[in-house]
Design a protein around this ligand. Sequence first.
Ligand code: TXA
Ligand code: MG
Length: 312
Amino acid sequence: MLASKKIINQANKVLTSGNLLIFPTETVYGLGADATNNVAVKKIYKLKKRPLGNPIISHFENIEKVREHAELNNSAEKIAEIFWPGPLTLILKKRSRSNISPLVSNNNELIACRVPQNPIAQQILKKFSKPIAAPSANIFTKLSTTSIEHIHNKLRKNILIIDGGICSYGLESTVINLTQDNPIILRYGSITVEQFAQYLPKLKFKSIYKKKFISPGQQKKHYSPNIPIRINVKKVFNDEVLLNFGINNLASNIYELNLSKSSNLNEAARKFFYYLNQLDHKKFKKIAVAPIPNKGLGKTINDRLKRARAKK
Ligand code: TXA
Ligand code: MG
């Protein structure tokens, strides 16, 4: 799906004047601002109620644009060539000449970079030609959105929203740090560990939740619905709606949605936030979620679910 020239011009005007824009990517919707404009970037933190210590991803039109702002070592070059454009975020060393706002990375010399493949995101980036800082378009710690119907009312006021339909992957980008000798996955995402295995055999997930000091943006509670959620359930209680997966004996007396009757994890990933947003409704009391196999995209889904039910 492409946006009209008129909409892209409008988007460009919004970004150039230091305002915010909600736009589609292949993972989730983003809340974007000119990454080089301090005032505009500050607006993102304020609107999302996000602490300044949680760094934001910068989005670029292509790898050449990334190279202007960040240093890519050999392994970053290799991985970027394979997976960009696409749902991969690389943590890279910022060049001293880069004019990306220090607020984007909490004054850190490492910045998160991503080249999205969604055609509308590409149209916007091409027209604007500067990097766009964009976290997911949701309130801090709440569910991400993969369709504009689920965007929170507080994010709608005076903000241009560009509709790109339902996001094709449905889970956020995979975040990898390749700046050290041992490559580290900082966030499971739409590209699986298995997909990286042949290129990065030593890739490890860093379990940041066990540490006393939690890295920026990695607090455990995240992706959370407003009503309580139970995961890996063997039985559904009377007051629970059900997010099911595959064919099994689970059933809700109230309401249920199935992520994939054929147990297809790609389908489940695409529908995950869409369905959770539907179930996170004031007419329901509690959500129960069926077990999801812990492999491939199931790892990412289970990561989101564990954090969704976390208390803080
Ligand atoms: O798919 C996505 O990545 C979406 C779309 C809109 O691109 N964006 C997104 O952004 O999920 P956000 O802000 O919700 O998540 C950003 C993640 C966080 O886990 C954050 O900690 C990490 O990227 N991150 C950003 N900058 C970082 C940095 N300099 N160092 C370490 N981690 C960083
Ligand atoms: Mg987010």
